[in-house]
Design a protein around this ligand. Sequence first.
Ligand code: NDP
Ligand code: OXD
Length: 308
Amino acid sequence: MALLYKSDPARGAEWAAILAQKAPDLSFRIWPEIGDPADIRYFAAWMPPDDLMTQFPNLELLISVGAGVDHFDLSKLPPDLPVARMVEPGIVDGMVEYVSMAVLSLHRDLIDYVAQQRAEVWKQIRVRPASTRRVGVLGLGMLGEACCRMLVPFGFQVAGWSRSGRDIDGVTSFAGTDALPEFLARTDILVCLLPLTDETRGMLNAELFAQLPKGAKLVNSGRGAHLDQDALLAALDSGQISAAVLDVTSPEPLTTGHPLWSHPRVLVTPHIASMTQPETAVEVVLENLRRHHAGEPLIGLVDRQRGY
Ligand code: NDP
Ligand code: OXD
C-alpha cells in the first residue's frame, strides 16, 4: 500500500521527511518514481494524469494538495472514488494574511502611494475610517469565513455571500442568487474566495461590476477563471472599478504584454495568496488515511455533485 505524491518536488521531499517520522510503515513515493503502479492506493496531487484509473487500478482515495479541486476533471473519475481537498490550517493562515494585506492596501490607497513615490509626489489622500468601508466576501467556506473573522476587528463593515448563508459574529450573511444584488450594492471592496465550478466560472463580469457602487475595488484570490479580465479592464477604464489585487489570473502566468501586467490600478501576485504547508498537510492526510480505513467521514470530502 503506497501513497503517491505529484506536485512541487521540493515540498514533496518535506512530506517524505515528515512521513518517515510519523508513519514509517507507509510507503511514500514522489512522482515520477512510482514503483509498481499496483501498489498505489492513495494519490495526493495538484495535477493528476488523465489516465489516472488505468495507471493506478487499485486507487482508493484521491487527495488534492490544494484547497480547490477545479484542476481535477471530476467527470472522468469513477463516481465512487472519494476525492478529498486539502483542509489544513496552513492554507487558512496564508489566505487570512493575504486578504488582510490586500483589503488594507486598497483601503489605505497603497496603489496610489506607490505611484506617487515613483513620481516623487508627496500628496496626502484623506484617511477614511475602516468603519465607513464595506467589505464583501464571496464564499464563506473555510477561507472566506476565516478572512471575515480577521477583517471584523479592524472595524470594517463586513458581509459575506454564499450558497447557504453562514452565521459569523459581526458579519452580515447573504445567501443565494436572489441575495447577490443587495450584497453587491453594499460592497466597496469585493473579495472573491469562491471555488471554481460551472456556477461560479466567469461570475466576476461586467454585469456584476455594474451592481457594485461606482469606484469599488476588487480582490480575486479564488481562481483566474472567476474573472472576465476584459470586463475588468473596461470597468477600470470607466472608473466603475477603481483598483484590483489579483492573485490568480487566466492563464497563469499572464501572457507577455498582457495589459494587466502594467495596469497602474492593478497589483498582480503569482498565485501565492496561500500555500499548503507540509507539516500540517501531512497530519491531515494521515488522519484521512485513518478515517478511510475506519470507514469514517473524510476531512474535506468533495461533494461530486456540487463540484467543491
Ligand atoms: P469551501 O468549499 O470551504 O467554501 C466555498 C464557499 O463558496 C462556501 O461558502 C460555498 O457556499 C460558496 N459557494 C460555492 N459555490 C457557490 C455558489 N454557486 N453560490 C454561492 N456560494 C457558493 O472552499 P475554501 O474556502 O476552502 O476555498 C475557496 C477557494 O479558494 C478554493 O476553491 C480555491 O479556488 C481558492 N484558493 C485559492 C488559493 C490561492 O492561493 N489563491 C489557495 C487556496 C484556495 P456554502 O457554504 O453554502 O456551501
Ligand atoms: C489551492 C491553491 O487551491 O493553492 O490550495 O490555490
